[in-house]
Design a protein around this ligand. Structure first.
Ligand code: THU
Length: 127
């Protein structure tokens, strides 16, 4: 199996999801080949919950990474779980039209370009 996908599946096991019990993992490969991980971290106020994808992006950026090649997102669903709208915006701003691999616990995968999931984005080019 693709290493980035394996890393996303492993990151999922760190999810803190006592409210939804929906565990998500993300892995981000940067332009130097380094891999950054994230999992969803929920909060009792619900609204402060962070998705796995945003945790991975913010961890990576905080470690100095600025360019990314691929993203993998892992969840336990038959219909593969895509990033939520907020995460698509953040992924677009930091990763651009990145390759995005979705995977479930059976090893089923689907690969997209972010542009296809997030057409006509708003970003800093408008400012
Ligand atoms: N979640 C993610 O981490 N990523 C997604 O792509 C979809 C949703 C999390 C947020 C929340 O902790 C749980 O899944 C249920 O929405």
């Amino acid at each position: 199996m693709d290493r980035l996908v394996e890393v996303a599946l492993a990151a999922r096991l760190h999810a803190h999801a006592p409210f939804s019990h929906f565990l998500v993992g993300a892995a981000l490969e940067d332009s130097e080949g380094r891999v950054h991980t994230g999992c969803n971290v929920e909060n009792a106020t619900y609204g402060l919950t962070l998705c796995a994808e945003r945790v991975a992006v913010f961890k990576a950026v905080s470690e100095g990474a600025r360019q990314f090649r691929r993203v993998a997102v892992a969840a336990d669903t038959d219909t593969l779980t895509p990033p939520c709208g907020a995460c698509r915006q953040i992924l677009w701003e930091f990763c651009g039209d990145v390759e995005l691999v979705l995977v479930n616990l059976h090893g089923k995968t689907e690969t997209f370009r972010l542009k296809d999931l997030f057409p006509r984005p708003f970003d800093a080019s408008f400012l």
